[in-house]
Design a protein around this ligand. Structure first.
Ligand SMILES: CC(C)(COP(=O)(O)OP(=O)(O)OC[C@H]1O[C@@H](n2cnc3c(N)ncnc32)[C@H](O)[C@@H]1OP(=O)(O)O)[C@@H](O)C(=O)NCCC(=O)NCCS
Length: 155
């Protein structure tokens, strides 16, 4: 039986800061030659009292399971849209247990609670079904250098 998990704001669980920075770096920045220190420095912005940006972590007690962030801007080609649910990552051994879905849903709900009626997300086309199943509407395809799909959630 899969073990339970909790979703917390990283500001309340700073012990997971290094794990989050490491996973974001490995998944999206290491291959581009960006140093880990640079990602850690940017992640510090998500630890301040400002409502956005923020980061959520999924954990089982002290065990880190996954993360998601909410940032003001994720696509340079669409600067007018905000906020964005981004950088969702679940530890390989913890996948297919609903953790990624829970993180994304909670991030979107938290944005709604902050007063943002529309929340945005961009992803590779292969992820389209995953996000549509979670209630995200595809609004644009093939945007920017990485030909990303753009989704919105309005409810
Ligand atoms: C995508 C990711 C966050 C999903 O996390 P998860 O905890 O396994 O997600 P859930 O358990 O909530 O949902 C799993 C469902 O998503 C589907 N899914 C997972 N990755 C998928 C993908 N790349 N494309 C399509 N569907 C996918 C699975 O098939 C599964 O559906 P099923 O159980 O009905 O078959 C995780 O695979 C991950 O961290 N991937 C690497 C980072 C990444 O790609 N992030 C997204 C960037 S846009």
């Amino acid at each position: 039986m899969p073990s339970p998990f909790t979703v917390s704001d990283l500001r309340q669980r700073p012990q997971f800061f290094n794990s989050v920075a490491d996973r974001i770096w490995r998944a999206w920045w290491q291959a581009q030659g960006i140093p880990l220190d640079h990602i850690s420095g940017r992640l510090k912005d998500n630890m301040t009292a400002t409502p956005i940006p923020f980061t959520l972590v999924a954990h089982d007690g002290k065990i880190f399971l996954g993360t998601v962030s909410v940032i003001a801007s994720d696509l340079p080609e669409r600067p007018q849209l905000t906020p964005w649910v981004a950088a969702v990552w679940v530890e390989r051994s913890a996948r297919r247990r609903g953790i990624g879905s829970a993180l994304i849903n909670r991030a979107s709900q938290d944005c709604l609670a902050l007063g943002f009626k529309s929340r945005y997300l961009c992803a590779r086309p292969q992820m389209t079904l995953f996000y549509q199943r979670l209630g995200w509407n595809l609004v644009e395809q093939g945007v920017g250098e990485y030909r990303l799909n753009v989704f919105v959630q309005n409810t």
